[in-house]
Design a protein around this ligand. Structure first.
Ligand code: ATP
Ligand code: MG
Length: 238
């Protein structure tokens, strides 16, 4: 009996001492997902040693027009791209939620599911520069840490209100970022992928080589389903 009790106690201690799961969250239109998104996601996995990274496509954006591809098509392309690493998971909660997709709602639902987790919201420098226009933006820091990934050609100045908010929160390493479950900010400067979905969509329309910007399975899917331009499949011929 005593040894059974010890086992239970040991199991209990093991459970209590287990470290909190590290979960990355990357939102966006992903219209379509491209090599720059995947490079940023893989860099975040590596820099923070994340257990998993959720790729969460936006259903109805607040600040721009609707996506060209349907939510279902964008989810499928993301699943194809995510196959590169088992820690990348596609999460469809924004596509299933009616109304405008607000990141604060997404983080609240993730936090409710993962109370103990270290949550890290990952975004490019362009998205960060516009953060003060996001719905309830200051509350994001109470729900997750923030990892800002560099992106070439981003010249947008960071507003004073955002600078002030980040000043007290900024840390200098992935380890320090993940030491808290939310509220810290880290800038990852090493990434320089000059790719955007806008560029991919334009190149698909102009037949100027978008395949080089996309994971091969995503390029094939676009070709097979004739997305973004009636005859965009010509891009991938020969
Ligand atoms: P679009 O041109 O349609 O705006 P995009 O390439 O900017 O597309 P989004 O879906 O808007 O892609 O971006 C989703 C997230 O991924 C954002 O946080 C964005 O900053 C980030 N991101 C996209 N491309 C890159 C890149 N090349 N390097 C770093 N971060 C990126
Ligand atoms: Mg964008």
């Amino acid at each position: 009996m005593a040894s059974e009790g010890n086992k239970v106690l040991a199991a209990g201690l093991e459970f209590d001492e287990r470290r909190a799961p590290l979960i990355g969250v990357m939102g966006g239109m992903f219209d379509p997902v491209h090599n720059g998104h995947i490079a940023a996601a893989l860099a975040a996995l590596k820099a923070l040693a994340l257990d998993e990274l959720r790729l969460i496509p936006c259903h109805l954006p607040n600040h721009r027009g609707p996506a060209s591809a349907s939510a279902q098509e964008r989810l499928t392309m993301l699943r194809l791209a995510a196959a590169v690493d088992a820690r990348l998971r596609v999460d469809d909660r924004e596509c299933l939620r009616p109304g405008v997709s607000f990141t604060v709602d997404t983080l609240e639902s993730l936090r409710a599911e993962h109370e103990r987790a270290v949550l890290v919201l990952i975004m490019g420098a362009d998205a960060f520069a516009g953060l003060t226009s996001w719905h309830r933006w200051q509350e994001l820091f109470g729900l997750a840490n923030l990892l800002v990934v560099s992106r070439p050609g981003v010249l947008d100045a960071v507003p004073a209100a955002l600078q002030a908010e980040v000043k007290q929160r900024q840390v200098s390493s992935g380890e320090l970022l993940c030491a808290r479950t939310q509220g810290s900010v880290l800038f990852l400067q090493e990434l320089q992928w000059a790719i955007s979905s806008t560029q991919v969509r334009e190149e698909l329309r102009r037949h100027t080589g978008a395949a080089a910007l996309l994971p091969p399975a995503v390029a094939n899917y676009i070709r097979t389903h004739g997305l973004y331009a009636q005859d965009c499949w010509k891009d991938f011929e020969s």
